[in-house]
Design a binder for this molecule. Structure first.
Ligand code: OAD
Length: 267
């Protein structure tokens, strides 16, 4: 009988044969840590939707409101811990000789779980950028003592060092993620609604280039019909089961020899 999670022996074997594994994550991977996702009911903050707050226009109009939302999200994240999904992804990195993690998340939880081969596509809420000089500053204090925070060098307004709607992605992160998607043998797409581009295009790039693409999500998404399999369920359970099975199979096969790999996708 097939397991309820959909993590079948065939799927595990297929993933374990990949020489380069890529993982793309979205807000759903942090949901079980208590970090609200962006869309749906839990994305609302004081009746505002993320799409209304995560824009330059919203920031220009009311920087205090936008920073208050980020201050709230930063506090939620600093009060939370990486969950079993983050841990399973960090384990996959250790077990796979050629591994890359691309995240749309800005919360830093992958890093806290031990992931290192990480491309942060949408920036980090733990950094801020000067609106006058574009200098980037670490901003670890939570809650913030001053809202909006000001640049320690010139006193201008700081903005979160994240990508807002309508803004381009950081060029190096975008190029790197495209390169990873184009060259991986398999990609896991975990906890993303796959509606925000260009991140949502990466699984399609991988598929187009011949990779085996598996999605993990409690709900179907616009890419579900285009990928090889959708495992319906929460990332914590499924990623633990998947990582344990895949790493066991990789181990049993004696690991993947790095020199047989044509393209290393470590970030
Ligand atoms: P969304 O909030 O759009 O989607 C979250 C996805 O996670 C949905 O498809 C849920 O079904 C799924 N999900 C919920 N709980 C889950 C769980 N426990 N395990 C696995 N999946 C679960 O978040 P993103 O796709 O990350 O952009 O959104 C993309 C971008 O839109 C974000 O990076 C952010 C946002 O606006 C910027 O800030 C630029």
């Amino acid at each position: 009988m097939e397991p309820a999670s959909g993590v079948t022996r065939r799927l595990v074997e297929r993933l374990s044969k990949a020489k380069t594994l890529a993982v793309l994550t979205g807000a759903g991977v942090s949901q079980e840590s208590g970090v609200p996702t962006f869309r749906g009911e839990e994305g609302l903050w004081r009746q505002h939707r993320a799409e209304e707050l995560a824009t330059w226009q919203a920031f220009e109009t009311d920087p205090k409101l936008v920073w208050s939302w980020y201050d709230y999200r930063r506090q939620v994240v600093s009060d939370s811990e990486p969950n079993p999904a983050h841990a399973a992804i960090a384990e996959l990195e250790k077990g796979y000789p050629h591994f890359s993690l691309i995240t749309q998340n800005t919360d830093g939880l992958h890093e806290r779980a031990g992931s290192t081969a990480l491309v942060e596509l949408h920036g980090s809420i733990w950094r801020a950028r000067c609106t006058a000089e574009q200098t980037v500053h670490d901003l670890p204090e939570s809650p913030l003592t001053q809202i909006p925070p000001l640049c320690p060098d010139c006193g201008s307004l700081l903005r979160p060092d994240v990508v807002w709607y309508g803004e381009p992605l950081p060029m190096d992160a975008y190029e790197r993620s495209h390169e990873i998607a184009s060259s991986c043998d398999a990609m896991l797409v975990v906890g993303t609604s796959a509606v925000v581009h260009p991140a949502a295009s990466l699984p399609l790039v991988a598929k187009h280039m011949g990779a085996f693409v598996v999605e993990v999500n409690p709900a179907y998404t616009p890419i579900s019909a285009l990928v090889d399999a959708t495992l319906l369920g929460k990332a914590g359970d499924i990623m633990q089961e998947l990582a344990a099975g895949v790493l066991e199979a990789v181990e049993a096969a004696g690991g993947t020899a790095p020199d047989t790999v044509s393209n290393s996708a470590s970030a």
